[in-house]
Design a protein around this ligand. Structure first.
Ligand code: PGA
Length: 260
C-alpha cells in the first residue's frame, strides 16, 4: 500500500516569523486531531530555504516532514547562490522538490538538470518529488502523454528500481497551477496511469506499484476529495491552499478520510 502524501509548496512566500506562526496553528490542529502521534497520511511542508531550519526545529521528532523546493546537484563548490543535497539533509530535510514547472519555465531547468538533481537527492538520502506536466498548448495538440512520458524517462534515467519507493512524482499540468482551474480527476488519473506504465517499461513490470504519484494544480479543500477518490492518485502537491494552516489541515484531514 502506498501511504498518502499531502505536500505544501509555499513557493516564495512567508518570512521565518510567518512560517513559525503557520507551524504553531497547523501543528496544534494536527496533533489534537491525531492524538498519539500516528498520522496515517505523510505531511510535508516545503518552505523557502530560509524557513527550513526553523520548521525543522519546530517539528523535530514529530510526523511532519520538511523539504526544500529546489537544490543543486553538486555537493559543494563555486556555485554562487546554490544549496546542495548534503546541506539540506544536514539541516533536517527529508524531501526536495525537483523540476517544478516554475523552475523549468522561469529558471531554465531542463530534463537533464532534473535527472541530475533527482540522482543527487537520492545519493544523499533525500526523497525527490519530481514534477512533470504539460502546457495548455501541448494538451490542446494532444501531446500530454508524450510530453509527460519524455519528462519521466529523463528524470528516471539514473534511478534504480529499488530506489523507486523513495521517489515521489507530482503530476502538475502547467495550465492548472495557480489558475484555479484544476484538471478533471479522471484525466489526471489517466496521465498518472501512463506515468506508471513508463516507469514499469524502464525499470521492470510492477516497479511503479510502489511509486507515489501526486496530483498538483489548484488543489483546495473544496476539490481534494475528488482527486483522492482516484486509486491512481496518492496525494497532492499544493501551492496556494497550503499557505493557510486551516486549509492545509483540511487537505490532510480529507486525504485521510478518503484514502483511510
Ligand atoms: P497551486 O500550485 O496549488 O497554487 O496551483 C501547485 C504547485 O505549483 O505545486
Amino acid at each position: 500500500m502506498r501511504k498518502p502524501l499531502i505536500a505544501a509548496n509555499w513557493k516564495m512566500n512567508k518570512t521565518i516569523g510567518e512560517a513559525l506562526t503557520f507551524a504553531g496553528t497547523f501543528g496544534q490542529k494536527l496533533f489534537e486531531r491525531f492524538e498519539g502521534g500516528h498520522i496515517p497520511v505523510d505531511v510535508l511542508i516545503c518552505p523557502p530555504f530560509l524557513g527550513i531550519p526553523a520548521l525543522c526545529a519546530v517539528f523535530a521528532g514529530k510526523p511532519v516532514y520538511i523539504g526544500a523546493q529546489n537544490m543543486y546537484w553538486e555537493d559543494k563548490g563555486a556555485f554562487t547562490g546554490e544549496v546542495s543535497a548534503p546541506m539540506l539533509k544536514h539541516t533536517g530535510c527529508s524531501f526536495v522538490i525537483v523540476g517544478h514547472s516554475e523552475r523549468r519555465q522561469l529558471f531554465g531547468e531542463t530534463d537533464e538538470h532534473v535527472a541530475k538533481k533527482a540522482r543527487a537527492a537520492l545519493d544523499h538520502g533525500l526523497k525527490p518529488v519530481i514534477c512533470v506536466g504539460e502546457t495548455l498548448e501541448q494538451r490542446e495538440q494532444g501531446n500530454t502523454h508524450k510530453v509527460v512520458s519524455e519528462q519521466i524517462r529523463a528524470a528516471f534515467s539514473q534511478i534504480k528500481p529499488e530506489e523507486v519507493p523513495s521517489v515521489v512524482v507530482a503530476y502538475e499540468p502547467v495550465w492548472a497551477i495557480g489558475t484555479g482551474k484544476e484538471a478533471k480527476p479522471e484525466d489526471a488519473a489517466d496521465v498518472i496511469r501512463g506515468i506508471r506504465e513508463t516507469v514499469d517499461t524502464m525499470l521492470g513490470q510492477g516497479v511503479s506499484e510502489e511509486l507515489r504519484v501526486l496530483y498538483g494544480g489548484s488543489v483546495k479543500p473544496a476539490n481534494i476529495r475528488s482527486f483522492m477518490l482516484e486509486e491512481q492518485i496518492d496525494g497532492a502537491l499544493v501551492g496556494g491552499a497550503s499557505l493557510d494552516p486551516e486549509d492545509f489541515f483540511k487537505l490532510v484531514e480529507t486525504a485521510h478520510k478518503t484514502k483511510g
